[in-house]
Ligand binder design. Structure first.
Ligand code: NAI
Length: 338
């Protein structure tokens, strides 16, 4: 009984809030679009992250309420809400990580590219502010079409003279989350042990899950791999249709966004071997941006990892995604420079 008591005291001490905050550096995270469908649950999940000391919630409307609500959760970070462009500077100042889920989501029948006209402008103006107020932050771009909004951000940062390709990330984690879930279901393995890299981009056929590299191995037949690939590529549309006009993935996206931001924070804090897939500036293929496994470190991207061995089906998928992905990248670059 004594043993049990002493153990529970020490685990209680380890679990104390003061313990985690004393041992972790100060980190400020800003969420732009924090009052939205993704922004709200993402704000909550980031409030639960003990690596965050300051949580800055920005939107064009609604953030005072979200911030007041989330701030009552008894975890480490101090929460502040900022509303309207005149408060954007203060929201961003000193940020280590900026997460951007600002913009309109899809409705049934829309592709991610249909969002371009509205979201491109939103992302551009937010990135101009990032260049000014927190030029060395790691930027986690969630706003779609990611295949174009990441190149837009890069161009804005280049113009401002602050571009560092190590600090700009397109968040493709939801594709990985989906691939893992769908694979675990088909392969009948525990989902928490599953790993599946997803490469390429973040829209339709540009999403290329590499099930040939999935672990634990399951030797699924080709037709099942094809069906899993298609389901991963259409995962977003599955949600858009089920929500029937009320938007796209928000809860699973908030989870995925929180996972990716946590990986960025761990990298900044010097945790070794933090690897996640992300859409980044890349030389893995001839395309200037490409999603693949990335090792995260104190400066952001530490290493962009290669593709590894591909099956014939994946090789085909890779070749057929390139024209669409390149066109989306070029569209973003053109928009930013006009
Ligand atoms: P939503 O419409 O619910 O929320 C968007 C929020 O952005 C709103 O609160 C709005 O006020 C805010 N906003 C608009 N203009 C802004 C500006 N200039 N500055 C700051 N905030 C601004 O949309 P939802 O569902 O949260 O989706 C947001 C974005 O995330 C969409 O572009 C969507 O396509 C994308 N998305 C990306 C995914 C990914 O895997 N990367 C997955 C799911 C959605």
């Amino acid at each position: 009984a004594l043993k049990r008591a002493s153990r529970s005291t020490s685990s209680c001490h380890l679990g104390r809030r003061s313990y985690s905050s004393e041992s972790q550096p100060e980190r400020k995270v800003a969420i732009l679009g924090a009052a939205g469908g993704i922004g709200q649950p993402l704000s909550l999940l980031m409030k639960l992250n003990p690596l965050v000391s300051s949580l800055s919630l920005y939107d064009i409307a609604g953030t005072p309420g979200v911030a007041a609500d989330v701030s009552h959760v008894n975890t480490r970070s101090q929460v502040k809400g900022f509303v309207g462009e005149e408060q954007l500077g203060e929201a961003l100042e000193g940020s280590d990580v900026v997460i951007i889920p600002a913009g309109v989501p899809r409705k049934p029948g829309m592709t991610r590219d249909d969002l371009f006209n509205i979201n491109a402008g939103i992302v551009k103006s937010l990135c101009v502010a990032i260049s000014k107020y927190c030029p060395s932050a790691l930027v986690n771009m969630i706003s779609n079409p990611v295949n174009s909004t990441v190149p837009i951000a890069a161009e804005v940062f280049k113009k401002a003279g602050i571009y560092d390709e190590k600090r700009l990330f397109g968040v493709t984690t939801l594709d990985v989350v989906r691939a893992k879930t769908f694979y675990a279901g088909k392969a009948n393995v525990p989902v928490e042990n599953v790993n599946v890299p997803v490469v390429g981009g973040h829209a339709g056929i540009t999403i290329l899950p590499l099930f040939s590299q999935a672990t634990p191995k399951a030797n699924l037949p080709n037709d099942e791999i094809k069906a899993l690939t298609k389901r991963t590529q259409d995962g977003g549309t599955e949600v858009v249709e089920a929500k029937a006009g009320k938007g796209s993935a928000t809860l699973s996206m908030a989870y995925a966004g929180a996972l990716f931001a946590d990986a960025c924070l761990k990298g900044l804090n010097g945790v070794p071997d933090v690897v996640e897939c992300s859409f980044v500036q890349s030389t893995v293929t001839e395309l200037p941006f490409f999603a693949s496994k990335v090792r995260l470190g104190k400066n952001g991207v530490e290493e962009v990892l290669g593709l590894g061995a591909l099956s014939d089906f994946e090789k085909e998928g890779l070749e057929s995604l390139k024209p669409e992905l390149l066109a989306s990248i070029q569209k973003g670059i053109k928009f930013a420079n006009q």
